[in-house]
Design a protein around this ligand. Structure first.
Ligand code: SF4
Length: 735
């Protein structure tokens, strides 16, 4: 019996701690405190349940295990356990900051002065250049309430079409493919608890052992119960080490790989003809496309040997049930939507969708990556996952907002297009940015930083002085996680509730308050309700429920009381007596005819492939102890000790050929920029590829290099692949 099994099923505390340590997690005391608050981690989309007690001598609150929350059953990774460090006054903002002259220093200011400055600046730009010259940039970490009101503020108060958010950089390709195939986008159409019951799981470009360690128990349980785990990743990650079969394609090879597997499934007679006929459309085109991706060709494109392709196709095709889960690996490409579509086609052809313990899902990244894309901070969308171009949707939302539907702007620019045009003629001149750090996390980040500098007005609402906040004219310090109520929606589509456990520092305000204050200064349309920007999160949520009613992401039946009583509620949940929807598509897909649609796509190269000048692939990703742009985690001592800085991972053969020793500074150059970081030599990576984590600013900023080429459907940039040159930093060639 394995340690993990004993830990889960018998409650053996020693085994539990050992299993947790193996996964890089730390468990805390289970001692209950009288005043403890049940809440959730501020970081990734697993949204682990935790209990906050305290304060203690070391922290304003103490993180305690919350074993009754089903998703993580008490386990937390180091990021969650150390999250209270961010509440300390010395790492976060405690009052507004203003810059009086371009290039001058930021100085402290009171809230009235800061808000007056913001309102006057936004009004001036709007008057001089029109409403679309004012932009709003949100984040996938904002609560549902904040994301909802940010979208409403942009459309109703500013009247701008130009609002988008950093979630565009996260899972937009999977979302687009999901909607194309199934008519609805929810990251996972089933709860995580279903994973151990499937026959074969394919994880594509996902490394949950580093990004969300408590989720790994689902994959380990799958193997313990006899299921098969296949991992597709150019690197032999900690997750790949758990797999029965690891396929290691070249970066950008995931689309061809999926098509090659579909080819073999068809050739080997493993298509579920009855399912295809009864529940799908478009198979003939998909089959024709797959037939053009024969095994030898796919081996040439991907570097994965034919015998491994055959083994994977047989394991997945012959399994009674199966799942494919993608993450950023196949999604962050200029062909990300088609790549995910090809993996969905593989699921559909083998009958592994729309039935128990089978289906396609996306492992969303940011804490509210799911809810953040549902309620209106996206350029093309209104609350409830409604299209902003749908007249009925506009009418419904306008009625909730108390405005004329004609006053709601149309679709605006996507995230990178918005950033790329900052300060340009016809572009955004004033930007209100909340919960995002594009100076580190955007592709081609050097260019984006220059565009941010060119703005007439940059306003940043954040809890820390991030690299982007340092560029701002006005910085507004806002509340965080343990200091406020609010809902998020985890990667399963489970709406959960974060609870306020302590008061924020005196000079800090919530984004909800900031939006109301700005609305009061800027003015709202005639007839707009006086309480149109509620400050209380529950009030905002109740309005969101009404705005989402009847939409795809229908929250109408979800209340704070229900969430607390039920360990979260899965959307869609259209009425208070509706149980919520744990599993989607079991009877029909959400398309007009109820059938899933094959994508029928073909392989195409990346926007930028290696050549003589830039002969290697660069791929980027995450490490266990840092989170996204690192704005928060780089301020936590124990996380920094575990992951102190960037590095360039490379194969020993490549290092030898380039004359690079382990730990030596390495210059990585692309057509957009240059980064320098120490070499980390390992045979876990392909010899034609180098890897850099993207959590750091400065010389080692990986996104100085990345390619902003966009997916034509999702507008996702090609973070995961660009062509680079690598040299020892001291011997670097003059460009
Ligand atoms: Fe937080 Fe994600 Fe770690 Fe859970 S896995 S503790 S949600 S960072």
């Amino acid at each position: 019996m394995s340690e993990a099994y004993r830990a889960r099923n018998i409650g053996d505390p020693v085994a539990k701690q050992r299993a947790a340590t193996f996964l890089g997690m730390t468990l805390t005391s289970t001692a209950a405190l009288a005043a403890a608050t049940d809440t959730h981690c501020p970081y990734c989309s697993l949204q682990c349940g935790m209990r906050l007690g305290g304060p203690t001598a070391d922290a304003p609150v103490e993180v305690l295990e919350r074993p009754d929350f089903p998703v993580n059953r008490g386990a937390l990774c180091g990021k969650g356990r150390s999250a209270p460090a961010l509440l300390a006054r010395d790492v976060r903002l405690t009052g507004p900051l203003l810059r009086d002259h371009p290039g001058g220093p930021l100085r402290s200011a009171g809230w009235p002065e800061a808000l007056d400055r913001v309102a006057a600046g936004l009004a001036r730009v709007r008057a001089e250049h029109g409403p679309d010259a004012v932009g709003v940039f949100g984040g996938g970490g904002l609560t549902n309430e904040k994301a909802y009101l940010l979208g409403k503020f942009a459309r109703v108060v500013l009247g701008t079409a130009n609002i988008d958010y950093n979630g565009r950089f996260c899972m937009s390709s999977a979302a687009a493919a999901h909607r194309r195939a199934f008519g609805l986008d929810r990251g996972l159409p089933f709860p995580l608890e279903d994973i151990p019951h499937t026959g074969c799981l394919v994880l594509v470009g996902a490394n949950p052992a580093e990004t969300m360690p408590p989720a790994v128990r689902y994959f380990r349980e799958l193997r313990e119960t006899g299921g098969t785990l296949i991992v597709v990743d150019p690197r032999r990650t900690r997750t790949a080490e758990l797999a029965d079969l690891h396929l290691q394609p070249r970066p950008g090879g995931d689309l061809a790989l999926a098509l090659g597997l579909l080819h073999l499934v068809v050739a080997d007679g493993l298509v579920d003809e009855e399912f295809v006929a009864r529940r799908t459309t478009g198979f003939e085109q998909a089959r024709a496309s797959a037939m053009a991706h024969w095994p030898d060709r796919v081996e040439r494109i991907t570097g994965v040997p034919v015998h491994r392709l055959r083994e994977a196709a047989r394991l997945f095709g012959e399994a009674e049930t199966g799942m494919v889960l993608t993450a950023r690996g196949p999604e962050q490409h200029s062909k990300g939507t088609d790549t995910v579509g090809a993996w969905i086609d593989l699921c559909l052809a083998t009958g592994k969708a729309g039935r128990p313990y089978s289906g396609y899902g996306c492992l969303t990244g940011q804490g509210n990556g799911q809810g953040g894309r549902e309620h209106g901070q996206k350029a093309d969308q209104l609350p409830g996952y409604r299209s902003i171009e749908d007249p009925a949707a506009r009418e419904h939302v306008a009625a909730v907002w108390g405005v004329d539907p004609a006053t709601i702007p149309g679709p605006g620019k996507s995230a990178y297009e918005l950033l790329d045009g900052l300060g340009e003629p016809g572009g955004v001149k004033a930007l209100l940015l909340a919960g995002s750090n594009p100076a580190v996390s955007a592709p081609n980040a050097g260019h984006v930083t220059e565009r941010l500098r060119s703005l007439d007005l940059l306003v940043v609402a954040d809890l820390v002085l991030s690299e982007t906040a340092r560029l701002a004219d006005v910085v507004l310090p806002v509340t965080q996680w343990a200091e406020e109520d609010g809902t998020t929606t985890n990667l399963e589509g489970r709406v959960i509730l974060r609870r306020r456990a302590l008061d924020p520092p005196e000079g800090v305000r919530s984004e909800l308050w900031v939006l109301r204050e700005l609305a009061a200064r800027l003015g709202v349309p005639e007839g707009f309700p006086a309480d149109g920007f509620p400050v209380e999160a529950e009030q905002a949520f109740d309005e969101l429920r009404r705005a989402s009613a009847g939409g795809d992401a229908d929250y109408a039946g979800i209340s704070y009381a229900r969430i607390a009583a039920e360990d979260g509620v899965f959307w869609p949940c259209p009425a208070e007596d509706h149980p919520g929807t744990r599993r989607l598509f079991l009877d029909r897909f959400a398309t007009p005819d109820g059938r899933a649609r094959f994508a029928a796509v073909t392989h195409r190269p990346a926007d930028e492939e290696p050549d003589a000048a830039y002969p290697l692939y660069l791929t980027t990703g995450r490490v266990l102890s840092q989170y996204q742009s690192g704005a928060q985690t780089r301020r936590v001592a124990e996380l920094n000790a575990a992951a102190p800085g960037p590095y360039v991972e490379m194969h020993p053969r490549l290092a030898e050929r380039l004359g690079i020793a382990d730990g030596e500074p390495v210059a990585v150059t692309s057509r957009r920029g240059r980064a320098v970081a120490p070499a980390r030599i390992t045979d876990a990576i392909r010899p034609d590829t180098v890897f850099m984590p993207f959590h750091w600013a400065g010389a080692g900023r990986a996104n100085s290099l990345t390619n902003p080429a966009l997916d034509p459907v999702s507008r996702m940039p090609e973070f995961k692949l660009c062509a680079v040159r690598v040299e020892p930093a001291q011997k670097e060639a003059t460009p």
